[in-house]
Design a protein around this ligand. Structure first.
Ligand code: PRP
Length: 205
C-alpha cells in the first residue's frame, strides 16, 4: 500500500496517527523521497501536490482541506483528522482597513488563487489575483498587493507584519484522502485502516 504525505507542518502528526493505527512508515533520510517498509511505501511530496498524487493513483494521502479545495481533487475523503487546524483568511494592513465589498480592483496576493477567486466571485467583487509560493505577508508590506488570502494559525505572522484579518474564508483541517480505485480494489484493507484511525481519534478526544 502506498502513502503520500506532505513534507511540511503536517508530516510529524501524520506519521504519528498512522503509527497509532498500526501503520509503521519509515521516515526518510538523506533527501530520500520514497521509503519502503515491508508492504508499505511512503512518498514525500509538497503539500499542494499530495491530493494530485492521490487522484492519480497513490492509495492514501494526508493533506490540508485548504489544498484539497484549492486543487479540487477528485479523491475520497473518509475522515477529517484532529490536527492541522487553522483557517484561510483575507487580511490587509491595519492602517488602511476596508470591507470586502470595498475591494473592487484590489490586487490580492495568495498561494490559493482558485479559492481567492471563488471567494471574491461569491461576493460579486472583482479583484486581480497574484499567485505567490510563500511569505505572502511580504506582498502588502512592500506594496505589490492590497490584501492577502493566506493561512492563519496563531496569527503571529499577521501581527508581526502589521496585518489584520478582514474575513475568514474557510476553516482548515488535515484530511485523510483515498484514491477512488484503491477504495474498490483494496476495500477491506482501507476500511480497516479508516476504522483504526477513527478509534485513535476517539481515544485521543
Ligand atoms: C504559513 C502561512 C502563514 C503562517 C501562519 O506559512 O502561510 O505565513 O504559516 O501561521 P501563524 O498564524 O501561526 O503565524 P508557512 O510557515 O507554512 O510558510 P510560507 O510563508 O512559506 O507559506
Amino acid at each position: 500500500m502506498r502513502f503520500v504525505l506532505p513534507k511540511g507542518r503536517l508530516f510529524r502528526d501524520s506519521i504519528e496517527i498512522l503509527k497509532k493505527a498500526g501503520i509503521e512508515l519509515k521516515s526518510p533520510e538523506n533527501r530520500e523521497l520514497i521509503v519502503r517498509n515491508g508492504r508499505y511505501e511512503l512518498l514525500l511530496a509538497r503539500s499542494f501536490d499530495v491530493p494530485v498524487y492521490v487522484e492519480h493513483g497513490v492509495d492514501i494521502g494526508i493533506a490540508g482541506s485548504d489544498v484539497v479545495e484549492e486543487r479540487r481533487s477528485d479523491v475520497l475523503i473518509p475522515l477529517e483528522l484532529p490536527f492541522g487546524k487553522c483557517r484561510l483568511s483575507l487580511a490587509m494592513l491595519g492602517e488602511n482597513l476596508v470591507s470586502v465589498e470595498e475591494m473592487d480592483g484590489f490586487r490580492i496576493a495568495t498561494k490559493y488563487p482558485s479559492l481567492a477567486r471563488r471567494f471574491f466571485e461569491s461576493k460579486g467583487v472583482e479583484v486581480e489575483v497574484i499567485k505567490l509560493h510563500g511569505s505572502i505577508e511580504l506582498a502588502p508590506k512592500i506594496g505589490i498587493a492590497d490584501a492577502i488570502v493566506d493561512i492563519v494559525e496563531t496569527g503571529n505572522t499577521l501581527r508581526a507584519n502589521g496585518l489584520v484579518e478582514v474575513e475568514k474564508i474557510m476553516d482548515v483541517s488535515a484530511l485523510l484522502l483515498v484514491n477512488r480505485i484503491s477504495q474498490k480494489t483494496q476495500f477491506k484493507e482501507i476500511n480497516e485502516l479508516v476504522l483504526k484511525i477513527k478509534g485513535v481519534i476517539k481515544d485521543g478526544s
